[in-house]
Design a binder for this molecule. Sequence first.
Ligand code: MG
Length: 395
Amino acid sequence: MRITVGAASDIGQVREGNEDSFLVLDPLFAVADGMGGHRGGEVASNLALETIERLFSANEGSLTEQVELANRAVFERSQADREVSGMGTTLTAVVVRDAEARLAHVGDSRAYLLRGGELHLLTKDHTLVHRMVEEGEITEEEAETHPHRSILTRALGVDGGVQVDEGIVELRDGDRLLLCTDGLTGMVSDAQIKVLLEETRDPQEAAKRLVTAANRAGGVDNITAVILDVADDGPGGGTDRAATADPTATSRAVSTATPVEPADVMVSPRAVPLAPPAKGRGRVRAARRIGVGAGIAVAVAVVGIVALRFYLDTQWFVGVSDGRVAIFRGLPAEVAGFDLNSVVIETTIPAEEAEALEVYRETLPEGITADDREGAEDIVEQIRVDVARAQATGS
Ligand code: MG
C-alpha cells in the first residue's frame, strides 16, 4: 500500500492561538486538540504528539500503550507546572501497515473513511452529548447543535490513566482516511465533508478546502485535517510507501497558525474523484450560506462554551449529597436531567446544620465553586469550623 498525505491546520476566525497539533510520520499519523488556559492547550497537544512520536520511533509498545504514556506525560506536566495546570488534549492516531489501519482514539477529534462514495465515521466522540444520545435523552440532531457539545467525557492528561478506544480497518485501494479536530466537524456537516473529499483529488488541496469550508462557516475553533490516500502499489506491492516531497514536513509534530505547505505532491492514479452531480454543487453552495448564518449564531454560544470544555474534570465545588456536605468534581448543573458532576468525597457534616447558617443557606445547595480540590477541601474545613462555632455559641 502506498500512502499519499495532505495536511492543514488553521487558527480559525475567533481563537487567539492554535492549540491543535498534528503528526505526519508515515506510517503514523495523528491529530490532537489541546485545551487549557494560557498556553496549556498548545503544550498538551504538542507534548502528546511528541511523546507518541518518540515512542513510535523507538518502537516501544503498541499504539495504545503509546497513547497511554502520552496521557501520563501530559498529566504529569499538568501536575508539575502551575502555568499549564488542568490542561488536556484529544488524540486520534492511526498507524497504516500491511493494508491495515490501526486506530487509537480519545476525545472528540475524529477519523473518517471515505470508501465507495460513502463516508464512514470510525471513531466515537467522548462527549457528554454523545453519551446523552446513547442514553436516549436527546437525538443525534439535537446533539449537533447542543450548547454543551464540546464538553468531553474523556481526554488525555486529565488523570493518571485513560481508557483508549482501539480499532482496525482493513484498507482497500482507493480508500481515503481523514483525521480531523472538532473545529472542522463542528462547522462543516458530514455531507459537506464528503462532497469536498470526493471533489478534490489532491489530498493536500482537499485538506486546505476542508479548512476553508470551516472558516467560511464561522471558524469558531482551531481547524485541523490530515488526509491519507491509500493506493495499491500493484503486483508484488508490499509495504512500500510513497516518498514524500518534503521529508522535514512529515517528520515532526506541527502546531501552527498558518496552513502548512504541501507535504506530498504524489497523486495516486486511482484517487480519481467521483464527478459530483450538478445538484451536489448546488447543495454545497446552499449549505455554505446556511452555514454562515448558523455560524454567527453558533459563534456567540460556542466561544463561551469552548471554554467550558474541561470543567467536568477540572472544576470543583462543595455542595450537598444525601443530606451531607460533599465535594464534587464538575459543574453544579445538569443538562436535560444529566448531572454534570460526580461526588468525590462525602463528609460527615449534615447539610442542614451548614444551611442553618446565613452564609451557606443559599450558596451550599447551589454549589460553592473552588479552584481545585484543595480549595474545595478548604471550604469544607471552613464549613466544619463555622458549624462547630455556631453549635458552641448556641446560635
Ligand atoms: Mg477543537
